[in-house]
Design a protein around this ligand. Structure first.
Ligand SMILES: [Zn+2]
Length: 252
């Protein structure tokens, strides 16, 4: 009875505003949401959540090591190999780029949560990620969030938190510097642009029980944004608190 009502509801909503696939634009069936069955079955999944060492994690850990090596020898803390996973390979030439564009520029928050849940399902089946207890989205500067009205990373993080049974915490990390858009910058410029951009808010409540943090962004390109978040968090959280990262898209 409940399902029938939902189907009637979906059919009625389609008459008012037809629902279409975010990737190919095809009209969606009653059992499909945001993406059609053809597009989801062809989605170029990375399967990074099943590989502790993968290209994204290697790239990320390289940056962590570089920062550690630059620090004075006496201050080098022990650092575990950080876990990293993305849902799919992002490519400018593919229609799957519409997933990112729809989240970032068209305000499709509900799609962000949906793809977050898809990624969350994968992470929940992964030895590396299943015990993550705290999900932190990469924050926007408050002026940008105010003008855009939402944070796309927060929508994704919300879907992931739901599937992992973890707590979504948007009150821990803040962006103190309004940075330039990263799109047109070189790798070095990107790293410089976001360095010191994030800060852990003081005083930060109820962080004593946190054992495994997962920082979430919409896309991983050079990893410099997530690395800047990692650095800010590591200043507050000791080495026995694991800090991992996840994103929807990955560009190698
Ligand atoms: Zn489609």
């Amino acid at each position: 009875m409940k399902n029938t009502l939902i189907q009637y509801g979906a059919a009625a909503a389609d008459l008012l505003l037809p629902r279409t696939c975010i990737v190919c634009g095809r009209k969606l069936g009653i059992h499909e949401s945001h993406i059609c069955l053809y597009c989801i079955s062809d989605l170029p999944f990375t399967f990074f959540w099943h590989r502790e060492h993968n290209p994204m994690a290697d790239k990320f850990n390289e940056q962590i090591q570089k920062t550690l090596e630059a620090a004075p020898a006496t201050q080098i803390p022990a650092e575990k190999y950080a876990f990293a996973a993305a849902l799919y390979f992002f490519s400018q030439g593919s229609d799957y780029r519409n997933i990112q564009y729809s989240l970032k520029y068209k305000g499709n928050i509900s799609a962000g949560r949906h793809f977050g849940r898809i990624l969350g399902d994968r992470l929940a089946s992964s030895v590396q990620f299943k015990d993550a207890d705290t999900i932190i989205p990469v924050p926007l500067h408050w002026t940008r969030k105010w003008s855009r009205g939402y944070n796309q990373a927060e929508a994704i993080a919300c879907g992931i938190a739901l599937k992992l049974g973890a707590e979504l915490r948007c009150d821990i990390l803040a962006r103190k510097k309004r940075t330039r858009t990263q799109t047109m910058l070189s790798t070095e410029e990107k790293a410089r642009n976001v360095k010191e951009a994030f800060i852990v808010k003081e005083p930060c409540k109820n962080i004593g029980r946190i054992r495994h943090i997962l920082v979430v962004d919409d896309i991983f390109t050079t990893g410099s944004t997530l690395h800047a978040c990692f650095t800010a968090l590591r200043r507050v959280f000791p080495a026995d608190v694991r800090i991992s990262i996840a994103s929807l898209g990955y560009t190698g």
